[in-house]
Design a protein around this ligand. Structure first.
Ligand SMILES: [Zn+2]
Length: 79
């Protein structure tokens, strides 16, 4: 999945507001995705093989704040 396509998808969904931290408008879609690993409790330590949510990340070009969005909600498939 190219970063340009992700940027276009975000525009189409109206995700065009300025940075929530500094108010600037320049962003970079990071190449690659990360996983949010879901935890059911913390009594047994951190589970690493359970359910997870793959997310794409966008970094503010000014302050570096990173925001993440679920890949599935954008209609993207990981190949
Ligand atoms: Zn910022």
């Amino acid at each position: 999945m190219g970063t340009n396509k992700i940027g276009l998808l975000l525009q189409q969904k109206g995700a065009t507001q300025p940075c929530h931290r500094c108010g600037q408008f320049g962003f970079t879609v990071l190449n690659g995705f990360t996983n949010f690993i879901l935890q059911s409790n913390f009594r047994d330590g951190v589970e690493v093989e359970g359910a997870s949510v793959p997310v794409e990340n966008v970094a503010c070009d000014n302050c570096g704040a990173v925001t993440s969005r679920a890949v599935g909600a954008l209609g993207l498939k990981l190949d």
